[in-house]
Design a binder for this molecule. Structure first.
Ligand SMILES: *[C@@H]1O[C@H](CO)[C@@H](O)[C@H](O)[C@H]1NC(C)=O
Ligand SMILES: *[C@@H]1O[C@H](CO)[C@@H](O)[C@H](O)[C@H]1NC(C)=O
Ligand SMILES: *[C@@H]1O[C@H](CO)[C@@H](O)[C@H](O)[C@H]1NC(C)=O
Ligand SMILES: *[C@@H]1O[C@H](CO)[C@@H](O)[C@H](O)[C@H]1NC(C)=O
Length: 466
């Protein structure tokens, strides 16, 4: 098992090493400065012809990074959307898969370790991972960071002198080559960079021409060992493929969101949960993928919330219709059943509509609609409050973004609880609520203040319940 810190450092290393070097430390002490034994920018003219490639501000790109000086390779896929100020990167290295999601609007970066679902939140403005896509503030808006343009992110055509080196062939493709010399003071590194783009007229997958094919970076990084600054050589080759731009890149909101079921502790709460209504009815389909079962429940519920003295006040009614799960213990058989819970009296009426009989029994305080009254020694039950009914209580949900359920765009909220199943402790469960976005209306023409609950995804210790 890999640890969170391991994969975080892998991602940090990868992103920082991208295009330059394989360390993540900042340069310490006095800088060596430009190392002219590597190259010298003043000797490199900026070629006016041929025309340099123009880069799309929306793209997806797969990169194979070959870090020759350290004998390893790593792959990643970059998702870049300048217009909407969002970016993501997936990385595969030594059997690990991690990814970073850049949320410029919230100034947050989420690093998710894919195999374990562990997520870490960092502030983008102080993250070293902004190296890849940038974090530029402006004088007019110093608190809000923006991404680099594609030219900045790819470090090509961004104002540095680039000399045309002629036509050559890479992986069978006709390419044009440009050379530049860069010095990065943050790492005290000087490097000669060669960029290769497909030649004009060479047809590419998404119909664009002049797409990135390869970048080589060779240079020296100055490190202080003991008290002696020493040059360390590095040689990296980046092979680019599957470069798709604009609509072809198929970037969706999901590309830039943490995946379903992943909790990012400490993430900013950017959108509050809806407030539940006090009376409602709904039908819910219950899918249990582990046992391959589909069930349903129809619920009609009326909460009367006029007192803290729950059990001797009018507290509302709940009715629900259901067919018991064939794998559960059901004393009233496995046909359709109706239950009416009268919380005024604490009595559950169980009705079998086919037979026409009814059994009255105490309401189970661990049911989905009930709670034991505190201090009553589990003798008395009360109806759940609407917030308790939807498990909104005693926890802070985080807004995850917009995801699609049955073709409907939903606002998604997630949290983790340790008090479920009821009357147990020590189980961790993940609760993910999907509410249809306000722009969706029901066929009645009504938009509910509460929103339309579309799905609850509940995972607990390997058990899933939709
Ligand atoms: C990389 O492999 C080469 C050839 O096997 C070896 O000479 C070199 O020391 C290795 N470098 C590192 C950093 O392991
Ligand atoms: C690209 O150029 C812009 C404008 O000069 C600059 O702010 C930015 O830092 C440059 N990006 C890189 C990666 O050098
Ligand atoms: C209805 O009657 C049947 C047969 O006596 C019994 O098995 C069942 O539990 C009863 N159901 C209810 C809801 O009372
Ligand atoms: C709930 O938990 C309490 C204390 O652990 C126990 O006494 C009671 O029997 C439990 N009730 C049910 C319905 O499991």
């Amino acid at each position: 098992m890999m640890s969170k810190s391991h994969i975080r450092s892998v991602l940090t290393t990868l992103i920082v090493c991208t295009y330059i070097c394989s360390i993540n430390a900042q340069a310490q002490g006095p800088l060596h400065g430009l190392d002219t034994t590597v190259c010298n920018p003043s000797t490199i003219p900026n070629s006016q012809t041929p025309k340099k490639p123009s880069l799309s501000e929306t793209y997806r790109l797969t990169v194979e990074c070959n870090i020759q000086n350290k004998n390893y390779s790593t792959d990643y896929t970059e998702y870049f959307d300048y217009q909407n100020q969002r970016a993501a990167v997936h990385q595969w290295e030594e059997g690990f898969h991690a990814y970073g999601i850049y949320n410029y609007a919230a100034n947050e970066m989420y690093t998710v370790e894919a195999q374990t679902g562990v997520c870490t939140v960092d502030s983008l403005s102080s993250s070293s991972n902004t190296f890849l896509f940038g974090f530029k503030t402006s004088a007019t808006n110093p608190k809000v960071g923006r991404m680099f343009s594609a030219y900045g992110a790819l470090r090509f055509g961004n104002g540095t002198n680039e000399q045309y080196m002629g036509r050559s062939k890479i992986r069978g493709m006709q390419v044009d080559q440009w050379k530049s010399c860069l010095y990065w003071s943050s790492m005290d590194a000087t490097m000669e960079v060669h960029w290769y783009f497909t030649a004009p007229g060479w047809g590419m997958a998404d119909g664009k021409s002049q797409v990135p094919v390869r970048c080589t970076v060779v240079g020296n990084i100055w490190e202080v060992k003991g008290s002696t600054p020493t040059a360390r050589k590095f040689t990296h080759t980046y092979e680019f493929s599957e470069y798709l731009t604009d609509d072809m890149a198929q970037l969706t909101t999901t590309t830039f969101e943490t995946p379903s079921g992943v909790i990012c502790p400490g993430r900013k709460d950017t959108k509050p949960l809806p407030t539940p209504a006090t009376a409602f009815k709904f039908t819910s389909e219950i899918l249990t993928p582990d046992s391959l079962t589909i069930g349903f429940i129809k619920v009609i519920s009326k909460f009367i919330l006029n007192s803290g003295e729950w059990y001797d006040q009018k507290m509302g009614l709940v009715r629900y219709d259901y067919v018991p799960d064939s794998q559960s213990v059901s004393p009233f058989g496995y046909g359709l059943l109706t239950q009416v819970h009268d919380f005024n009296e604490g009595i559950a009426y169980v009705i079998d509509p086919a037979v026409g009989n009814c059994t009255a029994q105490p309401i189970d305080g661990t049911g989905f609609d009930a709670k034991f009254v505190v201090g009553s020694n589990n003798m008395k039950v009360r109806i759940r409050t609407p917030a308790e009914f939807f498990y909104f209580d005693k926890t802070q949900y985080a807004y995850e973004g917009v995801k699609s359920v049955r073709g409907v765009d939903c606002d998604v909220y997630i949290t983790q609880r340790t008090d479920w199943p009821p009357n147990t402790s020590g189980y961790k469960s993940t609760w993910e609520w999907y509410f249809a976005k306000k722009t969706w209306v029901q066929s009645t023409g009504h938009t509910y203040d509460f929103g339309m609950p579309m799905m609850l995804l509940l995972k607990a210790d390997g058990v899933s319940w939709f």
